[in-house]
Design a protein around this ligand. Structure first.
Ligand SMILES: C[S@@+](CC[C@H](N)C(=O)[O-])C[C@H]1O[C@@H](n2cnc3c(N)ncnc32)[C@H](O)[C@@H]1O
Length: 266
């Protein structure tokens, strides 16, 4: 089956196999996504870290119950959909009309499973332009993806932040951490769960195997931990990936899950 989205075609309507049914039900989650893309369209694929984060949300579902969640760099929306099985609201964010429309249609595709309990809002949130609630930073051509004042209020009020596979480019990593710092410095205290894959490359300069994107991530994490902004402090830890696996993917040792929390003194 093929389906037109904007000026491109999304092939491979991926219907998860029985291995990927949700725990304790016969239900499965369906998404439309691409199996491979160019760098500009990475969000149209479902990445392994997304499946790891979905597993973690299913494992920790009591924490997500009735919570307000934002998904940063949500891609085709799979993590958002799984979080929406439990959450009160999910703000699904990314950049570009094509990706935003795809996640919107994937949420609609899973409506029979999701029911009406969770409110989904799909909005453009560009880390490279994120400056806080009062700034206009949306490039979305269609106004329905532009953040309104109410959306900013919703964003400020989230307690859980999700981000799967958003560490792959140094400038984007800087912008992502700047966004996280601003979001997590405002009450209520927030917890971020993020996944990444430590990608190794052979460096001729070092004559060794290195992971520049991962090293940059570690530097940004250390900067965040060293910060103390107006009584806000950050804590971080790597979460062991020993929880059950519901989705089919290779959960290898370079696929990592991290937790960042913010504490705000009164
Ligand atoms: C590797 S994909 C991960 C997508 C999805 N979370 C997953 O794991 O399947 C990275 C995501 O970050 C988004 N992204 C890239 N630049 C961004 C920016 N400046 N602001 C917000 N999101 C951005 C991409 O559009 C893409 O959806």
């Amino acid at each position: 089956m093929e389906r037109d989205v904007s000026d491109k075609v999304l092939s491979d309507v991926h219907v998860f196999t029985p291995h990927e049914t949700l725990p304790d039900t016969d239900e499965s989650v369906n998404t439309e996504h691409m199996m491979e893309t160019k760098l500009d369209d990475v969000g149209l694929q479902v990445w392994q870290g997304c499946l790891l984060l979905c597993d973690f949300v299913l494992h920790l579902h009591t924490k997500f119950k009735a919570s307000r969640v934002v998904d940063l760099g949500a891609g085709v929306g799979l993590t958002s959909i799984v979080a929406g099985l439990f959450a009160e609201s999910v703000l699904v964010t990314d950049v570009g009309e094509m990706i935003l429309r795809t996640s919107e249609s994937n949420i609609a595709l899973n409506k029979p499973l999701l029911g009406e309990d969770c409110t989904f809002l799909v909005k453009e949130l560009n880390w490279l332009k994120f400056c806080g609630p009062k700034d206009s930073y949306s490039d979305a051509r269609s106004s329905r993806f532009q953040m309104t004042e109410d959306d900013h209020t919703l964003l400020d009020g989230v307690s859980l932040i999700l981000a799967a596979e958003v560490i792959y480019d140094p400038d984007l990593t800087d912008a992502f951490f700047s966004t996280v710092k601003q979001l997590m410095s405002r009450p209520p205290a927030k917890t971020l769960y993020m996944t990444l894959e430590k990608r190794l490359v052979f460096s001729l300069a070092d004559l060794d195997v290195v992971s520049p994107a991962y090293e940059h991530f570690q530097e940004k994490m250390e900067e965040l931990l060293a910060l103390s902004l107006d009584g806000v402090t950050f804590h971080c830890c790597q979460v062991p990936c020993d929880f059950p696996q519901y989705f089919t993917y290779d959960r290898h040792k370079h696929l990592e899950l991290w937790q960042i929390t913010s504490s705000l003194s009164d």
